[in-house]
Unconditional design. Structure first.
Length: 170
């Protein structure tokens, strides 16, 4: 929570600039809210900057996703307490249900709060298929089993490297 509060304070000017640009370029609403599945299968609203306009990813939205700046509003989720800074990414309900039905031990990843970033995000590609989700779940389960301050620190450093290496998702 402390890290999220500091991050929100440090990114406040960026938050304001992105909000204004998002409003001008993409329109309202500037914040996208989506129901996700978190710890113990609890559903919550996750916040992101809106990146889609008329069912297409706008070029400004692509930039936000590539740099992962669209994730800044999730610091609010951390302050609320339904996410951590680091942990398995919270899934949309439809993907959660697909994974729950098809992937052994999938629900073990729900023993911890989901995170803004996680082991699967820094070690694996953007997930689009059931096979991808199976691999991603292996990374998530590794994190749950080996969760530690040093692993969190490693994930944090790898996340910053991924942002600066332009490895964001489209």
């Amino acid at each position: 929570m402390f890290l999220a509060l500091i991050s929100l304070i440090l990114t406040a000017p960026l938050f304001l600039i992105i909000s204004i640009l998002n409003y001008i370029i993409i329109g309202k609403p500037i914040i996208f809210k989506q129901i996700r599945v978190g710890k113990n299968k609890k559903k919550f609203l996750m916040y992101k900057f809106r990146t889609i306009h008329n069912d297409n990813i706008h070029s400004f939205g692509k930039f936000l996703r590539k740099t992962r700046l669209d994730e800044i509003p999730q610091f609010i989720n951390v302050l609320i307490g339904n996410m951590n800074f680091i942990g398995p990414r919270p899934e949309m309900i439809s993907f959660h249900e697909m994974c729950e039905e098809n992937i052994d031990y999938y629900n073990y990843r729900l023993y911890v709060n989901p995170g803004i970033t996680g082991w699967a995000q820094v070690k694996f590609k953007y997930t689009t298929s059931l096979e991808d989700y199976k691999t991603k779940t292996e990374y998530d389960l590794y994190y749950v089993k080996n969760k530690s301050f040093l692993l969190d620190l490693k994930i944090l450093l790898l996340t910053f490297l991924a942002i600066f290496k332009d490895n964001g998702s489209l």
